[in-house]
Design a protein around this ligand. Structure first.
Ligand code: ZN
Length: 117
């Protein structure tokens, strides 16, 4: 994986290269349960490497805690195996993944503002 793909947001999406109107784009399909969101990013725009929309979706779909945990993970492989797969399989982040001194459970559902610590 090149550096370009080292952001912790990518493991949350299935990435495809698509062609549209003669332009190349990446299409990101969310892995979330019951989520069919697809986000497109054209490769010839200046924000072609921007992860803003992807982060925004992860926060609303998976929860802010999950996005924080992904940011703390050591690499995208850990994000994928411990966080994304952990949640999809068990509803929680794999226990082996320890956040710096924090005990929390995570679930793949939107959090209301009152629940978000
Ligand atoms: Zn989603």
């Amino acid at each position: 994986m090149s550096k370009e793909w080292s952001s912790p947001v990518y493991p949350f999406f299935e990435v495809e290269v698509i062609h549209r109107d003669g332009r190349r784009a990446h299409r990101f399909s969310c892995h979330g349960n019951h989520c069919s969101v697809k986000i497109q990013r054209f490769l010839d725009t200046k924000d072609s490497r921007s992860t803003g929309n992807l982060r925004k979706h992860i926060k609303s779909c998976w929860g802010i805690d999950v996005m924080d945990a992904a940011d703390d993970a050591k690499d995208t492989n850990e994000v994928w195996t411990k966080i994304v797969n952990g949640i999809l399989r068990n509803g929680t982040i794999t226990k082996a993944f320890k956040r710096k001194g924090k005990e929390s459970t995570y679930s793949n559902r939107p959090h209301t503002p009152a629940e978000t610590r």
